[in-house]
Design a protein. Structure first.
Length: 264
């Protein structure tokens, strides 16, 4: 039984391997849960019906899909996917959880953790490059991958294990994480770190540009914090953080390019 669940968990990494416009992640879900179905059902009509049921429309955040896969696997192993109306309970569970978990995963992992750890990695790589030279720039991607994947893999493992033990336990687990509150707090931290990054660039840029006008760069270091405050209020107004950061980054790049040309 344990080997079947381990195989199912590792197959969850391929949940989007055959994504399609008609039923989205259904093939990946069926591929993931098939070891459980092969264990529970004898070869015949019952197994075929279970596999066909697993191919119904399914779409959620890929990291959160592991939790739903765990719940479905646990229900199948305990008889929740048997004959009658019990099989329908799994379909209803998937439909009920997929939407909310998609929203939680998108806002937390892609709209918050990715920009947060990206800025953190850039700051770390910039400092390492300043101290050790070009080789220090290799630190940034390593830091990003370690930080981001530590959260991502933890969510996969914990969500699957809690889901296998029971659907109600998964709801309690997600509620205790308080992801919406954490997301809101981290949004402010992203703006703060962006300001730190710009201030650091403003402070050290003269040495890179061989410029002696410290007054110009000192003012830039001060005024770099004003757009960050503006960025924070835009996010609070409901504008997508990713959109705001992309626009802000483009403006910063244009500003540094213009100032660099001016200094030279």
């Amino acid at each position: 039984m344990r080997a079947v669940l381990i195989k199912t968990f590792f197959r969850s990494f391929f949940i989007q391997g055959c994504w399609n416009f008609n039923r989205m992640q259904n093939v990946g879900f069926a591929f993931g849960i098939s070891p459980v179905l092969l264990k529970v059902f004898e070869e015949g009509e019952g197994r075929s019906e279970a596999l066909l049921r697993s191919l119904e429309l399914f779409n959620t955040h890929p990291y959160m899909a592991t939790a739903i896969l765990g719940v479905a696997g646990g229900m199948e192993l305990t008889g929740g996917g048997g004959a009658g109306g019990e099989g329908k309970a799994i379909s209803e569970m998937k439909e009920t959880l997929s939407g909310p978990l998609a929203g939680l995963g998108d806002s937390f992992f892609w709209a918050t953790l990715k920009p947060l750890f990206s800025v953190t990695a850039v700051i770390s790589g910039f400092m390492a490059s300043f101290m050790t030279g070009f080789v220090g720039g290799l630190v940034a991607p390593i830091i990003f991958l370690v930080l981001y994947n530590s959260f991502h893999l933890w969510m996969r493992v914990k969500g699957f294990s809690v889901g296998v033990r029971g659907g109600s336990g998964l709801i309690d687990f997600l509620r205790d994480l308080k992801l919406p509150e954490v997301t809101e707090r981290l949004t402010g931290l992203i703006a703060l770190l962006t300001g730190v990054l710009l201030a650091g660039l403003s402070f050290f840029m003269p040495s890179f540009l061989n410029a002696g006008d410290w007054g110009l760069w000192g003012n830039l270091m001060f005024f770099a914090l004003i757009p960050v405050i503006f960025l924070y209020f835009l996010v609070k107004k409901g504008i997508s953080l990713i959109v705001v950061l992309y626009v802000y980054t483009l403006l910063c790049m244009a500003g540094f390019f213009t100032l660099g040309s001016y200094v030279h």
